[in-house]
Design a protein around this ligand. Structure first.
Ligand code: ASP
Length: 438
């Protein structure tokens, strides 16, 4: 049996929901359906989840979420009317308004988009509705309880005779309150259900044909990745490729369940297949190129640093105190650089951090740049293929891009290159051109 997850754009309009219906009815194995909240219908539109966060904020500010909730209700009323199903939206929205008024976090509010989507789709398909809070469980400390969830999914769903619709994105804490995953988390719910029912494939239906080799905003119409390994997916999505929530691999990888990214709006296309073992496939040397701008690079110099045992640990302990993520730590004899990805996002006071490092290790100099891009060139094919790095660096040299950092793990799954933010687009285009030019 197959698990199918449909994203926000697939849920946005009556026409896209009709596509969902046709996709499901064309294959009787498509029995477990996970849905997101309705997304944008046109550019400039607002996702239902964002409206729900706004509803919670409105509740906190004014004591009523009524105005925003009636906007969301109108969207669902219109969908059910156009799809010719009857749902008592008055009762549903009364319960939601009540729940939001009683919530001490925004999780309950945010989760209602997926809940309402699932109620609607189960009616449209005439499938059973099973609430995610009965299946997806969190521990008291808010961590996701994978084992308990898996047991519940297996018991409740694996032998279901009828098709089932499950809302994505949320589950429940032991005190019975709702908790959501991070944004985009319905992908993760789909993977959890796929694992629990031992699906033959986890189909993730979205609004693109699959994973592109690189960002189409930089390289127009890049090639599609036909086959990708779990590890390559992790690397690419960590570095910014955003088709699938980066954690979605974990639930399915233990059982080796393939993930198939498909396009709801072009269902005949095969999409991208993500597998545990890609060795049987003939694939290009490089699978994908992804990157992130705006990293912080701190460079510390001190004569005889190399002789000072514990120097790196002391510096890193300061970074740890600020709760920052260290991406790379290239070192020389008398210098050490630290690349941090989330300094801006966490609004850390840079001067204070530098002073703490100064106090800890008394360096000769310390410099900061906040404009480093990291680019990952990913592919199992690169291992044991001499000349891959030469090809990348020649392309960057020809494009006039100055390389600030190079890092290659011994697994040779990826090569990481640091460049200035201003060179980011040129660097991506040059590397793509070197491996994929027609
Ligand atoms: N609706 C949620 C979001 O916008 C979760 C999801 O779509 O996966 O992040």
């Amino acid at each position: 049996m197959k698990v199918c997850k449909f994203g926000g754009t697939s849920m946005a309009t009556a026409a896209s929901i009709t596509n969902i219906k046709n996709i499901i009815h064309s294959d009787p194995e498509r029995k477990y359906i996970v849905v997101s909240a309705p997304g944008k219908r046109f550019s400039g539109d607002t996702k239902v989840t964002d409206l729900l966060y706004a509803a919670y904020a409105e509740q906190q500010k004014t004591g009523s979420a009524e105005a925003v909730l009636s906007e969301i209700k109108a969207r669902f009323e219109r969908l059910s009317e156009e799809l010719h199903v009857h749902i008592d939206w008055d009762a549903e929205f009364e319960a939601i308004a009540d729940g939001i008024a009683r919530s001490s976090t925004d999780d309950f509010a945010a989760s209602r988009g997926e809940y309402l989507s699932a109620v609607l789709i189960s009616k449209v398909l005439d499938f059973d509705f099973v609430d995610a809070q009965e299946l997806v469980k969190f521990r008291k400390d808010s961590s996701f309880d994978a084992m308990l969830t898996n047991d519940l999914v297996e018991k409740r769903l694996a032998h279901s005779e009828r098709g089932v619709v499950i809302p994505g994105f949320y589950g429940r804490l032991p005190d019975r309150t709702i908790k959501t995953f991070s944004r985009g988390g319905s992908d993760f719910t789909g993977a959890i259900i796929a694992r629990g029912v031992s699906a033959s494939v986890y189909e993730n239906w979205t609004d693109v044909d699959g994973f592109m080799v690189t960002d189409p905003r930089i390289v127009p119409e890049p090639r599609l990745i036909e086959v990708l390994s779990y590890e390559e997916l992790r690397e690419l999505s960590y570095m910014g490729a955003s088709v699938l929530h980066p954690d979605s691999v974990f639930p399915v990888q233990a059982k080796g369940i393939p993930i198939n990214i498909r396009n709801t709006f072009a269902p005949d296309k095969p999409g991208t297949l993500i597998l545990k073992d890609v060795s049987g496939y003939s694939r290009p040397l490089v699978t994908g190129i992804a990157g992130r701008k705006g990293n912080t690079n701190i460079t510390i110099s001190k004569a005889m640093m190399n002789d000072e045992v514990g120097f790196c640990r002391k510096v890193l302990s300061v970074i740890e105190r600020y709760g920052l993520s260290v991406e790379h730590v290239p070192t020389g004899i008398d210098t050490m650089s630290i690349v941090i990805s989330d300094m801006r996002a966490k609004h850390v006071d840079g001067e204070k951090l530098l002073n703490d490092i100064r106090g800890m290790v008394n360096p000769d100099s310390i410099e900061v740049s906040e404009s480093m891009s990291l680019i990952a060139v990913v592919g199992h094919g690169m291992a044991n293929t001499p000349g891959t790095a030469a090809k990348i660096f020649t392309a960057l040299w020809k494009a006039g891009v100055n390389i600030r950092l190079i890092d290659q793990g011994s697994s040779e799954l990826n090569i990481i290159i640091g460049v200035e933010d201003d060179d980011y687009n040129a660097a991506i285009a040059a590397i793509y051109g070197a491996f994929f030019a027609a």
